[in-house]
Design a protein around this ligand. Structure first.
Ligand code: SF4
Ligand code: SF4
Length: 442
């Protein structure tokens, strides 16, 4: 990685945002049933705190864990718990799922009230109670990110408004429709984390958002807006940190180690709303788009809504759905059915017809080297694939697979349509399984 020499590469991915970028999010009615997964975040799953037959209210805590790396789960609806089932989440993790038959009343739980926050410790406790995780897709518990061991050395908040993934426009709509929440969230983070500076990074293909936030933050001390090139993946954590501050996060290190906290813009807006209302994270806005969707739009849905209900709300399928992606086309996960429920980290559902699907058929690697030349970290995706197929974990480590940020640039440029990013994920799982078995010795 040679950020210092400005040799950062990437791809010009078609933005394909035209169908939804002018669409403010539409709130979808609460479905008859929701499926709330106990694993919606990076870290340990939650244990259900309710049982079959219990009645629940909106915002009620229904899942928690004693593990440090975890995030509580709240009910997104009022109704009755009718079942507990095991599912495979869209993030490929097996999890207990609470099935709730909704009563249509959306009665708010009495525990929901604005948090009393007077200092940093109180703010971190509030962030934990809110159930906030990185809403850009990573799902990392925010209260941990906001409380690094070296917090006094951290001076800058980087607000990630790049939204470089094609098709997705939910962060863009947050910046346009909820700019007050964004700037209030920035002020809250600056105050409680004692951050001198805040930089909002936005790709130049969103001129309205850049202009609006520049105007609205002009009187805020230490706050600036940086226009980023629209070269994917400008929204990757290390990339946006460098582009907005000039600081390089070394391999294997975290942003706090160079004095930065990075937060997605929609997460920042949520913080403002949570501090005012105390309503935890129980709904999510997703871009629903793709050639098989009748009416592409941005939809705010309660967590646990199925993809099928989301698609039906968008007019259903106008062609046979042949390829379904949870998330964007670069970093998202192809899913086999529309029965998956929405989890906190989902930001898009894309459904494509047979024409689009036929363009994605994979063939054999032709050793062209494009994937290697394109990788922003100068990794060797074609070699990862060979090493993974041979289950050669020593080689995967030697090739620095853990550095891969799963941006998908390699898959995007591959003329053979090799599923390189998916293979990288499987390779990382193989390394994690091996580390678990050997207690980290390899
Ligand atoms: S997914 Fe990983 S290997 Fe592929 S381009 Fe991105 S960082 Fe490089
Ligand atoms: S871009 Fe695709 S075809 Fe070319 S070397 Fe990489 S994996 Fe092989």
């Amino acid at each position: 990685m040679t950020f210092g020499k400005k040799t950062l590469s990437g791809v010009h991915a078609p933005h394909n945002k035209h169908a939804t970028e002018d669409c403010s999010a539409v709130r979808m009615p609460v479905p008859e049933k929701v499926y709330i997964s106990m694993q919606q975040h990076m870290g340990a799953p939650c244990k259900p705190l309710i049982a079959k037959g219990d009645t629940v209210c909106v915002g009620q805590l229904i899942g928690s864990s004693d593990a440090f790396l975890s995030s509580p789960i709240h009910s997104s609806v009022s109704g009755t718990v009718t079942d507990m089932i095991e599912i495979i989440n869209v993030n490929s993790v097996r999890a207990v799922c609470v099935v709730i038959e909704t009563d249509g009343k959306q009665t708010v739980d009495e525990s929901v009230k604005p948090p009393e926050v007077n200092d940093t410790a109180g703010f971190i406790a509030a962030m934990k109670a809110s159930g906030l995780v990185g809403l850009g897709g990573a799902g990392f518990p925010s209260f941990i990110k906001f409380n690094p061991k070296n917090l006094p050395e951290v001076d800058t908040l980087v607000v990630n408004g790049a939204e470089c993934e094609p098709y997705i426009t939910t962060d863009y709509r947050t910046m346009i429709d909820a700019w007050e929440d964004v700037i209030d969230g920035i002020a809250i983070l600056q105050k409680y984390l004692d951050l001198e500076k805040a930089v909002i990074g936005i790709e130049k293909n969103k001129p309205k958002a850049i202009e609006l936030l520049r105007e609205k933050t002009s009187g805020m001390k230490g706050v600036s807006v940086v226009e980023l090139n629209d070269l994917y993946p400008k929204g990757a954590e290390k990339v946006i940190a460098y582009e907005t501050t000039g600081r390089v996060i070394p391999a294997g290190k975290l942003p706090n180690e160079v004095g930065i906290i990075v937060s997605n813009v929609t997460s920042v807006a949520f913080i403002s709303r949570y501090m005012k209302t105390g309503m935890p994270l129980v709904e999510k806005t997703l871009t629903v788009d793709g050639s098989a969707i009748a009416k592409p739009q941005n939809v705010t849905a309660v967590i646990g809504t199925t993809y099928r209900d989301l698609a039906e709300f968008c007019g259903g399928y106008k062609a046979e759905p042949r390829l379904m992606i949870s998330g964007g086309p670069m970093m998202g996960t192809a899913v086999l059915s529309d029965t998956y429920p929405v989890i906190k980290s989902n930001n898009a559902l894309l459904v494509f017809d047979s024409v689009d699907e036929s363009q994605l058929k994979e063939t054999a690697c032709i050793r062209c080297g494009r994937c290697i030349r394109t990788c922003p970290y100068h990794l060797m995706p074609a070699n990862f694939e060979a090493a993974y197929q041979a289950r050669d974990t020593a080689m995967l480590r030697k090739l620095n697979l853990p550095l891969c940020m799963e941006c998908g640039c390699c898959s995007f440029v591959c003329p053979a349509r090799r599923p390189l990013v998916q293979t990288n994920r499987l390779g990382k799982k193989l390394l994690a399984a091996e580390a678990k078995k050997t207690g980290g010795k390899s």
